[in-house]
Design a protein around this ligand. Structure first.
Ligand SMILES: [Fe+2]
Length: 248
């Protein structure tokens, strides 16, 4: 990846991040272009959950959330904050760290932990307590219909991606140049490092996301999330932000 592409990616991602993970890098929201950096030495913060730990039950229990958020997500934050001070990325925003380390064999550990911090913040926002996630906006619904034919077919594509991701990873609804599609990523990989790609929603399919509630039944967990917990209002806001992107 050359520096020009990296710069464009980070410009796109910074805008996405402001919508997707507001609170994780609050300073980015008012920073001038090119100056989205945390204060030197400032640790990467664990953003608060957007709901109570029991708010997603029974599809996702409070026990799962307490481990998933309080141990796994917190663990990625802690590890990242141990790795960053002695790296070239000290003081950078979370998003900038992800952009700078994507595809770098030299900085795999930093990328894995930084991307997992970002992915989990995005995942919490992709979920909403049953009955509160809204529906796709008219603009997003039109894009979904154009790509899949219906919202149900879009959910089927998300389910297929989630169930065919071998091992740990993520299923995503993304937008690129106005068109929506479903992609899956392994381990910590995240689609916002791809040029012009804006994540809209994600489903975590690491076993730690569902094993306490559903054991090995990933299909049941994915169905429960898609039927009850998807935050289409969040996806709609991300889609609207993607429409204003000019550079990629
Ligand atoms: Fe997870």
């Amino acid at each position: 990846m050359n520096q020009a592409n990296l710069s464009r990616l980070c410009t796109v991602s910074r805008r996405t991040f402001m919508v997707a993970a507001a609170g994780a890098a609050a300073g980015c929201a008012t920073a001038p272009k090119g100056a989205c950096r945390a204060a030197a030495g400032a640790p990467i913060a664990l953003p608060p959950l957007p709901y109570g730990q029991d708010a997603l039950a029974p599809q996702i229990s409070a026990q799962t959330l307490s481990f998933h958020y309080g141990k796994h997500h917190q663990g990625y934050v802690n590890t990242l904050n141990k790795l960053l001070p002695d790296s070239p990325f000290a003081g950078q925003s979370l998003e900038a760290v992800v952009c700078a380390t994507a595809g770098s064999a030299e900085h795999t550990a930093i990328f894995n932990n930084a991307a997992q911090v970002w992915n989990h913040t995005f995942y919490w926002k992709s979920l909403a307590p049953a009955g509160s996630g809204g529906a796709p906006s008219a603009e997003l619904a039109a894009a979904i219909n154009a790509a899949f034919g219906s919202l149900d077919a879009c959910k089927k594509a998300l389910s297929d991606a989630a169930l065919t991701q071998f091992g740990s990873g993520w299923a995503w609804l993304v937008a690129k140049q106005g068109a929506v599609s479903v992609v899956k990523t392994p381990n910590a990989e995240t689609p916002f490092t791809q040029k012009g790609t804006t994540p809209l929603l994600t489903i975590d399919v690491w076993e730690h996301a569902y094993y306490l509630d559903w054991q090995n039944r990933r299909a049941d967990y994915v169905k429960a999330v898609l039927d009850k917990l998807m935050n289409w209002s969040f996806a709609s806001a991300n889609y609207a932000a993607a429409q204003n992107e000019k550079s990629c």
